[in-house]
Ligand binder design. Structure first.
Ligand code: MG
Ligand code: ZN
Length: 248
């Protein structure tokens, strides 16, 4: 018989970003606000999403749009106060919070900093970005080479990242409970990597929720649906208390 798993420490909470922390999609927000919808739709069929966003940033740069303009655009994104409260509470409860997102580092960092919750997260795992010497924002894929997972887009397999986090945080029969919060199809692969002690919080009636509902592969973590920030907050904080060992 396999030895019982000992749960140690406060849970780790892994957050998707678009349509989870942010109500909208950050890429779409910038494309719409910067009037790039036409070009975006024109190129959508020919370029992978990640490359397309890098191309959009090239377009902005060629039009004379500066990094400050992009920052100002991102600073107009509003976050649900209930989501902000949930992030702060989870952090105060001693949880390790990470963002795992298929957006990009610049957008996420800017938005989280603007709302004063950037420091609540120990890590932002996403497609890297940097400002080149011409002052153009560059967005690259997370994976430099093929990851071999057919559930995920070529630039990022969130399940691969989740496995890596598990390797770093779990030793032998001791493990830290994971709570995974997300909405999208890209959140299904990491959901399949979670174990019986873990929890997944899919946004109700969004792709992840539908994939979990009709999955032929058994879903091991406990499933808690939410529809909005208020519900997310109401579920997450008691759940953290419930799964935290009393000694630590
Ligand atoms: Mg999402
Ligand atoms: Zn994958």
């Amino acid at each position: 018989m396999a030895p019982a798993i000992a749960v140690v420490g406060r849970p780790m909470v892994i957050w998707d970003f678009d349509r989870t922390i942010m109500e909208d999609d950050s890429d779409r927000w910038v494309v719409t606000e910067m009037d790039l919808t036409h070009l975006f739709n024109q190129l959508r069929q020919t370029l992978p999403w990640n490359t397309l966003m890098d191309r959009m940033m090239e377009e902005l740069h060629s039009q004379g749009t500066t990094i400050e303009d992009i920052t100002n655009c991102l600073n107009r994104v509003e976050l649900d106060p209930q989501i902000i409260s949930a992030v702060r509470s989870a952090h105060t409860h001693g949880c390790d919070l990470k963002v795992l997102s298929d957006a990009n580092h610049f957008f996420i960092e800017t938005i989280l900093k603007n709302h004063g919750i950037y420091d609540c997260f120990s890590d932002i795992i996403t497609n890297p970005s940097f400002v080149d010497e011409q002052g153009r924002l560059r967005i690259s894929p997370y994976h430099g080479s093929a990851h071999g997972c057919d559930l995920c887009p070529p630039n990022l397999c969130k399940g691969f990242v989740l496995n890596r986090i598990q390797d770093l945080t779990c030793e032998d029969i001791k493990k830290r409970v994971m709570i995974y919060i997300g909405d999208g199809g890209g959140d299904f692969c990491p959901t399949l990597k979670l174990s019986e002690e873990d929890h997944v919080m899919p946004r109700k009636d969004f792709p992840l929720h539908r994939l979990i509902s009709k999955s032929s592969t058994p879903i091991k973590p406990k499933v808690h649906e939410w529809t909005n920030g208020k519900e997310l907050n109401k579920i997450l904080i008691p759940l953290i208390d419930l799964v935290s060992p009393t000694d630590g």
